[in-house]
Design a protein around this ligand. Structure first.
Ligand SMILES: Nc1ncnc2c1ncn2[C@@H]1O[C@H](COP(=O)(O)OP(=O)(O)OP(=O)(O)O)[C@@H](O)[C@H]1O
Ligand SMILES: [Mg+2]
Length: 255
């Protein structure tokens, strides 16, 4: 990729296809069907779409967890299959799962070690993050006793432990109550003000409307819209909601 593009964009998704083969007859599931988009440096970028649209699959390819069937994803100009592409990323998976006998302190210490943080920095960041995500009272409680919302919070702290410049959050508001959702929205805004780039997937429309500078809407593995919400919504009647936009774009694409 040329250097100018690398400077401007953190992520470049190029003609990405991902087909899964399932069951005894290896039936094909085309989860992602030729999508392209770029995430600009310093943006809050929303990957939107209904259930099964291909959001998590796209994110998993970007994180190098699965390979593309064809096409590519590059991060800071490095191909997603290259581990060096992941050195500056914090990732919150969809439905994060952690070793249930660890406490938040132990989990964050473990991830801090994996990021190569020295002991003193690790401790300091661990304590700050536990406080930030509102888990101080539960800092020494094993994760098996955590509610879904508490796991989501510790998942966010885990993504932030290495102080990455780029955050990839797969449904960060899922499982959270309204106060928790507002907390995550404010956290995303704060991180963005610090200059971090954030890519997140969601179908909670109010969160997206509030946060995202730009969005891509996926439907059945295809990109059906891209732009700022202002651009996407103003083209139609002023009363259009993101929900009706989802529906209209899906119908227009003929899918
Ligand atoms: N490992 C897999 N094996 C087979 N099919 C898969 C696999 N992962 C995803 N799929 C299929 O790919 C399609 C896209 O799934 P994906 O999880 O990317 O959607 P999504 O947009 O994240 O949906 P949601 O909003 O429900 O999280 C779905 O039809 C899903 O069943
Ligand atoms: Mg998903």
């Amino acid at each position: 990729m040329n250097e100018q593009i690398t400077k401007e964009y953190v992520v470049a998704v190029n003609e990405l296809h991902k087909t899964f083969h399932v069951g005894f007859f290896r039936k094909q599931v085309q989860a992602v069907r030729g999508i392209s988009f770029n995430v600009g440096r310093g943006e809050i970028f929303g990957l939107l779409g209904p259930n099964g649209a291909g959001k998590t699959t796209t994110i998993k390819v970007a994180m190098g967890l699965i390979g593309p069937t064809s096409g590519s994803v590059t991060i800071d100009g490095k191909h997603s299959h290259n581990p060096a592409s992941r050195t500056n990323i914090g990732y919150l998976p969809e439905n994060p799962y952690f070793h249930e006998y660890l406490t938040p302190e132990e989990l964050l210490d473990f991830h801090g070690r994996m990021c190569g943080l020295p002991k003193a920095t690790r401790r300091k960041r661990r304590d700050e993050l536990i406080e930030k995500v509102g888990l101080k009272e539960a800092a020494r409680r094993p994760l098996r006793k955590f509610s879904k919302g508490m796991l989501q919070r510790i998942g966010l702290a885990q993504a932030l432990i290495g102080d990455p410049q780029f955050l990839v959050l797969d449904e960060p508001m899922s499982g959270l109550d309204p106060i928790g959702r507002r907390f995550v929205a404010e956290l995303i805004e704060e991180l963005n003000r610090q200059g971090k780039t954030i890519l997140f997937s969601s179908h909670i429309l109010s969160d997206v409307e509030r946060l995202c500078h730009r969005v891509v809407i996926l439907h059945k593995g295809k990109k059906v819209a891209e732009g700022t919400l202002e651009e996407l919504l103003k083209k139609e009647a002023a009363t259009e909601t993101l929900e009706s936009l989802f529906m209209r774009k899906a119908l227009e694409s003929g899918e």
